[in-house]
Write a protein that binds this ligand. Structure first.
Ligand code: URA
Ligand code: SF4
Length: 273
């Protein structure tokens, strides 16, 4: 690695607030990422999955259930799929489509640049988010902010942050599949409105729900997947990284990979203009 890139790496590690741990482990890993991302053509198509048809309570009875290969069955309300931002926001705030509405303090819609290049998707609100109405504002959120800073991103600037479910699962349990399915139309509409260049799925719940197939994070990392034609990269959830320090180095690799992938996407688009 050149002196400049060593210096840059040290800066990033400082930004992520985890310098000592990462410094010991990084050099070989970063080189490996740089080599791997020199040819970011790895595209893994989602494997079609036959999912039982689950009616989304927020779907109009007359509306067809939209099924796409590789995606979880999503019943999209005709109304939701035509909504603009204010209507969608209102609809989510009043939603009672799954049991999570009974225990929430408030819904957590999502936050950021409505024309973001980057979309980060988490799992669902925790206690802090439920109290404040914004995603990733607790401990995991601090780490996410540091992770963003490490690749020169900031919440709200070219970045949108959302969750699979908009209401807090009690006791911080994972959302149940029926809850994720009930909520999926909202995230789908957010993605249609934002049209991000790249989606980063944070953790298994986000990855599995967006890709519509069950797989481990370790098997999904390091490749560019697709969500409805939008490139998608998978990494660990920040809350998991807070508990599992040794995987931070891998998350670092994923962030570098995401940054390189974004550079490639922008360059590709510029070349075709
Ligand atoms: N974890 C998540 O997945 N999302 C949040 O908004 C906060 C913590
Ligand atoms: Fe509605 Fe989603 Fe909240 Fe369930 S989690 S009540 S579907 S907004």
């Amino acid at each position: 690695m050149s002196e400049k890139s060593v210096q840059r790496q040290a800066e990033m590690l400082r930004e992520m607030g985890i310098t000592p741990l990462w410094r010991r482990r990084i050099p070989a890993a970063v080189d490996a990422v740089m080599v791997a991302t020199a040819a970011p053509e790895a595209v893994v198509a989602p494997v079609p999955q036959a999912t039982a048809a689950e009616m989304n309570p927020m779907a109009d009875a007359a509306q067809p259930i939209v099924r796409e290969p590789g995606l979880q069955t999503v019943a999209v309300s005709g109304k939701v799929s035509a909504m603009d931002w204010p209507a969608l926001r209102q609809c989510v705030a009043a939603c009672t489509a799954c049991a999570l509405h009974q225990t929430r303090k408030q819904t957590v819609f999502g936050v950021g640049d409505e024309q973001a290049d980057w979309l980060f998707v988490g799992e669902g609100p925790g206690a802090d988010e439920d109290a404040q109405g914004e995603p990733f504002v607790g401990q995991a959120g601090k780490l996410l902010d540091n992770m963003l800073a490490a690749i020169e991103l900031r919440r709200g600037q070219k970045v949108y942050i959302a969750n699979i479910v908009k209401c807090r699962p009690p006791g911080n349990r994972n959302p149940e599949p029926d809850e994720a399915t009930a909520c999926a139309g909202y995230l789908q509409r957010q993605i249609e409105l934002i049209r991000p260049r790249l989606i980063v799925a944070l953790g298994k719940v986000a990855a599995v729900n967006l890709l519509g197939r069950d797989a481990s994070i370790s098997s999904l990392r390091g490749a560019v997947h697709q969500y409805r034609g939008i490139p998608l990269i998978v990494t660990y959830h920040p809350a998991y990284l807070l508990r599992t320090l040794h995987d931070k180095a891998k998350a670092w690799e994923d962030l570098c990979f995401a940054r390189e992938t974004m550079r490639g996407l922008v360059a590709e688009e510029t070349a075709t203009l």
